[in-house]
Design a protein around this ligand. Structure first.
Ligand code: SF4
Length: 409
């Protein structure tokens, strides 16, 4: 029996290509190999991997996750950073990915190999064929040059990818390609990772949702994502000084930028609100900067700061704040279970603050789903994971689930 190693770059490119290979080689064993050290940043690599895994699991194809060898890739394309897409850098990039794939194919005892990169309309088929044949022959393996785009392949891929609600990336993968694709932009959200946090609308938030979806689908549960757009808010920098010393603080999402510096004197403290002799900023005292203090979300507001210091009448406060608004943000809700028949709903949310606080842990949600999978399967219980919660409970506001009265956690 033929054993075919399929190099995979993402879920979208594999959703039809793997089906086609299964059809064309019904008596062969397919093994997926996700090897893409070109992808930047690592969270994007993880996101594409999760989506690849979802596709392979659905088709019962084993898939191996290759290592994220970014240093190796950067070294290989050194000197070709400014090449245009489909230029010399891309040929080297294909070489790096397919050489390692050929090596792995040999280790696994495969006699054939191919790549779903040949699905992408942005890739040069002839170059892929040439590189593939060269690296495969070094290990005595046959390279299958399949033009998946032929006979309406691209249209079928788009349809399948929509049906499976696959993440559709908007750049090839590497940092250099992105700079070439988007000229004259000041900010590249695709390249930013937010450390431990999963900010509303970020890749990290989406990755979290996709991880839960993969887990739930593997338990045989019905999942549906619902995407929504919103005006995003990003804090660029902020500082608060109390009597000339910097203090820890937090800024309320959607606070406006301060031009220059605002300096004020404390006139009084009313409960947790600090009254200043300036009314263009607001200050609240809080015991914990991880707890939200305002009960009502403010969509667009003057700058609002939270501090956990002791403040006295006559103290001097100084504020700086730079934030930006992004009208192109997207987030999503995930529903697990039957959205029509449920009698009970359990709600979670997917975003956290910058430091990764005020949110749920993956294990916590997965444990709940696993413990309640029978009631979910019966259609009695539905789990909802709302996006963009901490910037004003947006996921729930945009949710199409309106049949029951319930409250977010
Ligand atoms: S643009 Fe795409 S194919 Fe070309 S080097 Fe970058 S990641 Fe590789």
């Amino acid at each position: 029996m033929d054993k075919i190693l399929v190099h995979i770059c993402c879920g979208v490119d594999s959703v039809y290509a793997l089906r086609k290979l299964k059809e064309d080689f019904p008596n062969s064993q397919l093994i997926g190999y996700f090897y893409d050290p070109n992808i930047h940043p690592e969270e994007e690599f993880e996101l594409r991997w999760i989506e690849t895994k979802r596709v392979c699991d659905e088709l019962s194809i084993e898939c191996i996750k290759g290592e994220y060898e970014l240093d190796r890739w950067v070294e290989a394309v050194k000197g070709y950073e400014n090449e245009p897409e489909r230029g010399e850098r891309c040929t080297i990039c294909h070489d790096v990915r397919l050489s390692k794939s050929a090596y792995v194919a040999k280790q696994l005892g495969c006699n054939k190999m191919t790549t779903v990169l040949m699905m992408s309309p942005k890739k040069d088929f002839d170059v892929l064929k040439e590189v593939g044949e060269k690296v495969a022959s070094q290990y005595g393996i046959e390279f299958l040059a399949v033009d998946f785009r032929k006979n309406g392949g691209t249209q079928i891929m788009n349809k399948l990818s929509k049906e499976s609600q696959l993440y559709h990336q908007n750049y090839c993968g590497c940092i250099y390609g992105l700079f070439g694709q988007k000229k004259n932009v000041e900010f590249y959200p695709e390249l930013v990772s937010f450390g431990k946090g999963r900010l509303a609308g970020s890749r990290e938030e989406l990755l979290f949702v996709k991880q839960i979806r993969l887990f739930a689908e593997n338990l045989g549960l019905e999942c549906k994502e619902e995407e929504f757009s919103f005006i995003g808010w990003r804090l660029i920098s902020s500082s608060v000084k109390l009597n000339k010393d910097y203090v820890n603080h937090k800024v309320l999402p959607y606070s406006a930028t301060i031009k220059g510096v605002v300096r004020g004197t404390v006139l009084d403290v009313d409960g947790n609100k600090v009254l200043l002799n300036k009314d263009n900023v607001e200050v609240f005292l809080t015991d914990s900067l991880n707890e939200p203090v305002l009960h009502e979300h403010r969509a667009f507001t003057k700058p609002v700061f939270f501090i956990s210091e002791k403040v006295n009448v006559g103290d001097k406060l100084e504020f700086q704040l730079k934030a930006e608004f992004d009208p192109t943000m997207k987030s999503q809700n995930l529903y697990i279970g039957d959205r029509e028949t449920f009698k009970e709903i359990k709600e979670f949310y997917s975003d956290t603050d910058m430091e990764g606080n005020q949110g749920y842990k993956l294990e916590e949600i997965c444990r709940f789903i696993e413990n309640n999978k029978d009631s979910i399967k019966k259609g009695e219980l539905m789990v909802a994971i709302y996006g963009a919660h901490l910037v004003g409970n947006l996921g729930k506001r945009f949710s199409s689930i309106r049949t029951l009265e319930f409250s977010a956690q």
